[in-house]
Write a protein that binds this ligand. Sequence first.
Ligand SMILES: [Zn+2]
Ligand SMILES: [Zn+2]
Length: 123
Amino acid sequence: MVIKNAAAETRYMIRCCYCKQTFAIESAVAPWQMSNAAALAVVERHAAVCPTTTKRLEFRAHGRVERFIDVARDVLTADWKIETVNGRYNPAIKCGARCLNAKHGDCECSCGGAHHGEGMVAA
Ligand SMILES: [Zn+2]
Ligand SMILES: [Zn+2]
C-alpha cells in the first residue's frame, strides 16, 4: 500500500522509445535516483503491455531474469525519454482533456501544470 503524499510528488512524463507509448508516473524520487527495486516496478508495469521492453530487459540482463533488477534503472533512464512537467499558468486556456492526456512535459493552461498528464498516470 502506497500512501500518497501529493506535496512531495512530482509527475514525470515517460515515453517508451520502442513502442512510442507515453505514460506518467508520480514519484517523490526522480526516476534516475530511484532504487533498482522502484525502477523495476515502473518498468515491469510497462513491460506487461510492451513486449519490446521485456526483450530489452532480457538483453541488458544477458537473458537472466534474476538480473532484471540490476538493469531496470538503465531501461528506465537510458532507453526511455523522461520529461518533468513544466507548467505555465495561462487563465485564457481552459484546462481539459488535452492537458490531462498530454504526451509531453510542457503545459500552458489554467491549471499551471497541476493536472498536466494526470490521465496518463499508470494505475
Ligand atoms: Zn513500450
Ligand atoms: Zn491543465
